[in-house]
Design a protein around this ligand. Structure first.
Ligand SMILES: [Zn+2]
Ligand SMILES: [Zn+2]
Length: 457
């Protein structure tokens, strides 16, 4: 078996690895590169392999940084199967139609700005491309070892990161490759803890938070409650940039759980994301993937997805109408890194207000507006204008969908015999720290994947 590293090798986004085994070529993930405009421009580049040579694709989970280039792969000639966990297959249309709409409107906008005579730019892909690609998806349950081709089998285990997220095990040539996908923290609400693979000859492990440990969850939750209290006293709004998948559902879970303690009935809570609202429905269809605690919470009152003061806004007009509200609103909107989406217009209206609070609950990649705010920027640029940052920005790290350094070490340490490990899906600073800890604790020298590098096993 041989692994070629192409994406999320030195960065967090654009996850994509190519496995060669038993005479076949299997792509693991086909993610979108996200971050600054320069970075994102690379999505349109030719794939670093012959598309027609790919025999199968296996996707770890539905997040765009793992799936965002699937429609492009298909449009450029990939006709084979795309395997993913059942819930991931249901999430894919929601994620990718949204992504296609963004691509289409981005292209439209830049064409309007283009001078006469210049070539028009085409969207990276269209909704039609997505429609075609979706025909290629093949749902797999967890724990069902499935033959992809003679001599190659795949098995998915729960990664506890978002609904349907999987650790991918590939068996071929008498070897076992384990791809962690993105790993959730232990004790994360709603979902089960990430499983430990019983055997591996090589592990590709994510390392998003390889250099950091999250705050204790109980502290985090108390902190969130405290921020809401302060914001109420300050008389401002609370903005929560959140991925439509995962964070949004988790926040609703905490709101239901602390409904009385946080006095949440006094707020107006908005999910300003048609996408997040659709994802909520998919979560609601898959209580069998919830952990025990979540099943209990969903049987109690209030139901996290049916809070009495919860408004799911569909149209852009409804979204704009929220701008009239100066206080008492909790606005959950995408994108999670504030590099686009409805959260940006809410930020524009609130960022200059001292009484407003912005709460970051997920990872903020380099080059994004979220990262600049988290880093304490005094001024930020939105829609081509500079805005003074007066609002209070908070990072609530303990709500991350990614496990932290200790969690990664525990997960790796649980795999028998501490197999060789290649670190992917992390910035170098995180990967180097994690590699150091792995050496220290297990005496293994972890490799850092580089784009274009090949690892034989
Ligand atoms: Zn993810
Ligand atoms: Zn990811």
């Amino acid at each position: 078996m041989k692994v070629n590293f192409f994406g999320a090798a030195g960065t967090v986004t654009g996850s994509m690895h190519l496995v060669e085994a038993a005479g076949k070529r299997i792509l693991l993930d086909c993610g979108m590169i996200q971050g600054g405009a320069m970075e994102e421009a690379r999505n349109v580049d030719p794939f670093p392999f012959d598309v027609s040579s790919i025999d199968a694709v296996v996707v770890s989970h539905a997040h765009i940084d793992h799936t965002g280039r699937l429609p492009l792969l298909s449009a450029r000639g990939y006709r084979g199967p795309i395997y993913a966990q059942q819930a991931t297959v249901e999430l894919l249309p929601v994620m990718l139609f949204d992504s296609a709409s963004l691509q289409e409107s981005d292209a439209e906008r830049s064409n309007r700005r283009r001078a006469r005579g210049e070539d028009a730019v085409a969207p990276l892909y269209t909704r039609e491309d997505v429609q075609k690609m979706l025909q290629q998806t093949r749902p797999l349950p967890y724990h069902q070892r499935t033959s992809l081709f003679p001599g190659i089998e795949v098995n998915l285990r729960d990664a506890g990161h978002i609904l349907g997220s999987a650790i991918v095990e590939l068996f071929a040539d008498g070897r076992t490759l384990v791809f962690s996908g993105d790993l959730g923290p232990k004790g994360t609400p709603i979902l089960n803890d990430p499983e430990t693979p019983p055997v591996a000859d090589l592990v590709l492990m994510e390392s998003t938070y390889g250099n950091r440990n999250h705050k204790d969850r109980a502290d985090t939750v108390r902190e969130l409650g405290g921020i809401l209290d302060t914001a109420w006293r300050d008389g401002g709004n609370v903005l929560i940039p959140a991925f439509a998948v995962g964070r949004t559902q988790e926040i609703l879970y905490w709101f239901a759980r602390y409904w009385n303690e946080w006095n949440l009935s006094r707020w107006r809570i908005f999910i300003d994301s048609p996408m997040a609202a659709k994802v909520v429905q998919i979560y609601d269809r898959h209580h069998e993937l919830f952990d025990e605690d979540a099943r209990k919470v969903w049987k109690g009152t209030p139901n996290p997805f049916r809070l009495p003061n919860l408004h799911a806004t569909e149209s852009l007009q409804e979204s704009m109408a929220i701008n009239q509200i100066r206080n008492g609103a909790i606005i959950i909107a995408g994108s999670g890194m504030a590099n686009g989406g409805r959260i940006v217009h809410h930020l524009r209206h609130n960022i200059g207000r001292r009484e407003a609070h912005v709460v970051f609950v997920g990872y903020q990649a380099e080059g994004t507006l979220g990262r600049r705010l988290v880093n304490g920027a005094q001024w930020v640029r939105m829609y081509g204008e500079d805005y003074r940052v007066n609002a209070q920005c908070h990072t609530v790290g303990g709500l991350s969908a990614h496990t932290d350094q200790n969690g990664l070490l525990d997960w790796y340490g649980g795999i028998p015999q501490h197999p060789p490990v290649v670190l992917v899906h992390g910035e170098d600073i995180a990967r180097e720290a994690l590699a150091g800890e792995i050496r220290e604790r297990f005496g293994m020298s972890a490799e850092l994947a580089r784009p274009g590098a090949v690892r034989e096993m």
